[in-house]
Design a protein around this ligand. Structure first.
Ligand SMILES: [Zn+2]
Ligand SMILES: [Zn+2]
Length: 303
């Protein structure tokens, strides 16, 4: 009898919510790495699959191994493959420990991997691309932690100046009048690991177009475990869903013990649960994506 080959790892989860792809791998306690390619951004780096290298910026939620274990590999490989210096945005309290970690790698690898570390506190902003910013929000976990929203700031003409000609607006502007307001659009919010806390109901999360949220536990008898580890239980998610405007909530960080079937059933029982997609639910996400492809193709034939 031949021995069996090793079991295959989980496939990369994939959800397309125009204009964003949300792709990643996430199992509680093991690893979490999520990428939004359109933003050139990763959230966390528990391990570093090949596709994770493509985004030059990685925002770290907290220092647990399942969220940072792949960081040195990510920074080193980006350099090795000539992909440019990787930037890591993280809670300010992680800057020194992460720098020390990379110092240790110099001794091990006998080479100096270039990297950029940005300590960013809740409320502060860091420009990801023109007019688009990363803004952390405070979360509540067993170690210092934060989530992130991606906010775009668009200039809009103030209503009182609607109807004026370009010439008139130019005159007002050159006279020092502020003719525009800044409008914020939250594109994506990422919670990282957290228990239920007020920041999760703040507009930075509640008005986001896409919310990527942890939901570690689904079974009724796991509420205590969720409390002890400071994680979200599906009952907490039920509370949050009633405040979130998003039509696309992506659940990540399911524990290996919560099987996807149970998670689906629990979500199907919540009225708002239909807007939740489980990132690692490959079969259901494939059906949704095939439907999107089909719809796009029929639109093309019509036009
Ligand atoms: Zn975790
Ligand atoms: Zn954690």
């Amino acid at each position: 009898m031949l021995p069996k080959p090793p079991p295959r790892g989980p496939r990369t989860g994939f959800i397309y919510e125009p204009p964003y792809r949300i792709q990643g791998e996430s199992v509680a306690g093991e690893h979490t790495v999520i990428q939004v390619p359109e933003l050139g951004l990763n959230f966390d780096m528990g391990n570093c699959p090949r596709w994770a290298l493509a985004a030059g910026v990685t925002a770290i939620s907290h220092g647990h191994m399942d969220h940072i274990g792949g960081l040195p590999y990510y920074l080193s490989q980006r350099n090795f493959q000539g992909m440019g210096v990787g930037t890591v945005v993280c809670p300010p309290s992680l800057v020194i420990p992460l720098r020390d970690m990379m110092k240790s790698w110099i001794a091990l690898e006998r080479q100096r991997t270039p990297f950029e570390l940005v300590g960013l506190a809740p409320g502060e902003e860091w420009e990801l691309k023109p007019d688009v910013f990363l803004r952390p929000f405070e979360t509540s976990h067993t170690v210092p932690s934060q989530g992130y929203c991606v906010v775009e700031k668009r200039k809009k003409l103030k209503p009182e100046f609607h109807g004026l000609s370009q010439e008139q607006l130019k005159t007002l502007r050159s006279g020092g009048t502020q003719i525009t307001d800044i409008h914020e659009h939250i594109h994506v919010a990422y919670t990282g690991d957290t228990q239920l806390c007020p920041a999760l109901m703040h507009p930075d999360v509640s008005t986001a177009k896409v919310v990527i949220t942890e939901c570690t536990f689904f079974a009724a008898d796991e509420r205590k475990r969720a409390g002890a580890g400071k994680h979200l239980h599906v009952e907490d998610l039920r509370t949050l869903l009633s405040t979130w405007e998003s039509d696309c909530v992506v659940a990540i960080h399911l524990s290996r013990r919560s099987n996807i079937q149970l998670a689906r059933e629990e979500l199907d029982r919540i009225p708002e649960g239909r807007k939740v997609h489980i990132l690692m639910d490959g079969p259901r996400n494939s059906v949704r994506y095939e439907q999107q492809v089909h719809n796009a193709e029929s639109r093309e034939t019509e036009s």
